[in-house]
Design a protein around this ligand. Structure first.
Ligand code: GLN
Length: 454
């Protein structure tokens, strides 16, 4: 714990940690020592981890990287962070992220962006988003692992951009209770770790049924680490032709085909498949996610928690809402609230929101159809390219940034588990990731296939 806290302090230039929890870490470490001495050490006993600022932590600042939650200290602990503490984990700090988890570069954070520990010619790169702080912290070895959340790729994309591992489990595996909501039908928590074995251990500690989340699945939690046999003989791996997009760097093509060969060498059957509705996934996601966000973010009204704007004489409740929300939400969050409100409005509900929901059902059916033919997992790149430069997208149309989520959002729309593992380096020497998508509730199998790619 002391070594990790020292590394956290030394990592200031990365701006990965945003709230100090060293007091808590030291007391958790003492408790872990006592458990070890008593011969009662659980799986993560004494292991230093970072916590994304989206998880409510009792008595500890939880801001979702937003000005609107300035000063908010939850009265309760999220189910996932509580489970990690029960498993012995030590929280060494809270981690930077995009505001309300909306973004792909960590640049929408009220704390300013986190920085990728990987560099090209000393030029600062994004660690990805929204769990950019989590990925930067783990890649820089300040802590052993970190929590992330993934609504459209926010665990897998930052893991890929920083050369580490991240898994989003099946929707319903981890309780969402106490995680600040972005888009409730898509949000899932998961671990960001150095390798697949760590991911298996940490995921097992995080997940399980929780009566406090109505979408939590009541299924036993398997021993994920025991699933890592490395034996994938006879498994069928699908390669979807729709994920071969124009402008993909040659290095990514090469690493993808090397990945196919590694799985074949390990005894898997690799075959081409089609997921025909893939091209509609991004537009459907960027209707559904803002729609749900606009509804979830209605609670930040200046009354219940966080920031309230200074009012002038004569201001009524409407002015209070307007001024508080205009000051408290950043530009990207405001954009999502406006888009979401628009697609849910009476005149446009059918044309946008309902249509996106129908597209979502078709995307899910594409996966169901492929799994019904005996495919066990699907191999794709995690992102269309390596990490881009910080500030590079600042003046671009926001849609340019949305395009980075092209390979990850399908998995959330279908509720499936997906993992990103490091695949190798691009021509500039930056890490690239490969994604494996699995059958629902079969994270053990998925982790084992990813293990064969390591
Ligand atoms: N980049 C995507 C978005 O901005 C996904 C974010 C996430 O998974 N939280 O919505």
């Amino acid at each position: 714990t002391e070594a990790s806290l020292a590394a956290v302090a030394a990592s200031k230039p990365l701006n990965a940690f945003v709230h100090d929890t060293s007091e808590i870490a030291r007391s958790q470490a003492k408790a872990a020592d006592a458990r070890i001495q008593a011969g009662d050490a659980p799986d993560m006993c004494g292991l230093p981890i970072g916590m994304k600022d989206l998880f409510c932590t009792k008595g500890v600042a939880t801001q979702a990287a937003s000005a609107i939650l300035d000063g908010f200290k939850p009265e309760y602990e999220s189910t996932v962070s509580q489970k990690l503490f029960d498993a012995g984990a030590v929280m060494v700090g809270k981690l930077n992220m995009d505001e309300f988890a909306m973004g792909s570069s960590n640049e929408t954070s009220v704390y300013g962006n986190a920085v990728n520990p990987w560099k090209v010619d000393e030029h600062d790169l994004t660690p990805g988003g929204s769990s950019g702080g989590s990925a930067a912290a783990v890649a820089a070895e300040t802590c052993l692992a970190a929590t992330g959340t993934d609504t459209g790729g926010s665990i897998r994309q930052p893991a890929a951009f920083t050369g580490i591992t991240g898994i989003k489990p099946t929707y319903g595996r981890c309780s969402r209770w106490g995680i600040v909501a972005f888009a409730s039908s898509l949000d899932q928590a998961g671990p960001i770790t150095k390798d697949v074995r760590d991911a298996a251990i940490m995921l097992e500690a995080m997940c399980g049924f929780d009566a406090k989340d109505s979408t939590s699945m009541n299924l036993p939690v398997p021993n994920f680490e025991a699933a890592l046999t490395g034996d994938i003989r006879g498994k069928t791996i699908g390669i979807p032709k729709e994920y071969r997009v124009e402008g993909m760097p040659e290095a990514l093509e090469t690493l993808w085909s090397e990945g196919r060969q590694m799985l074949r060498d390990a005894g898997a059957i690799v075959k081409d498949i089609s997921l025909p509705h893939t091209k509609y996934a991004l537009p459907a996601y960027y209707v559904i996610a803002p729609a749900e966000a606009s509804s979830n973010l209605a609670r930040y009204d200046g009354v219940r928690f966080g920031h309230r704007a200074k009012l002038e004489a004569g201001d009524g409740i409407t002015e209070m809402y307007e001024k508080t929300r205009a000051e408290g939400f950043g530009a990207e969050v405001q954009r999502r609230v406006m888009v979401g409100t628009y697609v849910l409005s009476a005149g446009f509900y059918d044309a946008y929101y309902n249509r996106a929901r129908r597209v979502r059902a078709l995307i899910k059916k594409d996966f169901d159809d492929v799994f019904a033919t005996g495919v066990d997992a699907i191999l794709t790149p995690s992102t269309p390219s390596a990490a881009f430069g910080l500030g590079e997208m600042a003046d671009a149309d926001p849609v340019q940034m949305y395009l980075f989520d092209v390979f990850t959002v399908t998995v959330n729309l279908a509720g499936l588990p997906g993992i990103s593992v490091p695949a190798g380096l691009d021509s500039k020497g930056l890490p690239l990731g490969l994604q494996l998508i699995g059958r629902p509730w079969e994270e053990g199998d998925l982790l084992n296939t990813a293990f064969a790619l390591e």
